[in-house]
Write a protein of this length. Structure first.
Length: 169
């Protein structure tokens, strides 16, 4: 990206963040919407304010969504709803593996309901959430389903719960 384009994008983001009244929004850390080590996992293997499913592994420093093995699925979902009208998210991800292209990808979800691991073959799943979700999904797609050689790909997809996601394209 050229420096002029970067400057323009930065300016647009700055103006959007200032809002209508010209003041920067007040920031408040929501500890119930966060998890961070050390000592993340409690004695009963729970993570405060969060639930993890499938092959996800919780450890003292963080949660591993899946191990580096074939056909594994995992997810982590907040137990709390976010009632704020304006919010921002800061996420740190570390993606590691055995050096091969693997997995379909992952998503960060902002939805009305919690996702599903998709054990029912009639219940389609999109990166750990229901096929017809209500909200926003940020997809980090690493598998070239359509053969167009356009992966890895990152996209933001909204849905009102009425549309089915096109899994092949």
């Amino acid at each position: 990206m050229s420096s002029a384009m970067f400057s323009f994008c930065t300016l647009v983001l700055l103006l959007v963040s200032l809002g209508v009244n010209g003041q920067a929004p007040k920031r408040r850390f929501e500890y119930k919407m966060s998890f961070k080590g050390p000592h993340l996992v409690q004695r009963d293997n729970s993570v405060p304010f969060w639930e993890y499913f499938g092959d996800a592994l919780a450890g003292d420093e963080g949660i591993r969504i899946t191990p580096s093995l074939r056909s594994k699925k995992g997810s982590v979902w907040s137990k709390n709803k976010l009632d704020s009208t304006g919010w921002e998210v800061e996420a740190g991800l570390r993606i590691t593996g055995r050096g091969r292209v693997g997995a379909d990808g992952m998503a960060i979800w902002f939805t009305e309901g919690r996702g599903s691991m998709g054990d029912d073959p009639n219940n389609l799943v999109v990166f750990g959430a229901a096929d017809r979700w209500n909200g926003l999904g940020i997809f980090l797609d690493s598998f070239d389903n359509d053969g167009q050689h356009n992966n890895p790909y990152m996209m933001a997809v909204t849905n009102d719960g009425s549309r089915s996601f096109d899994h092949q394209r």
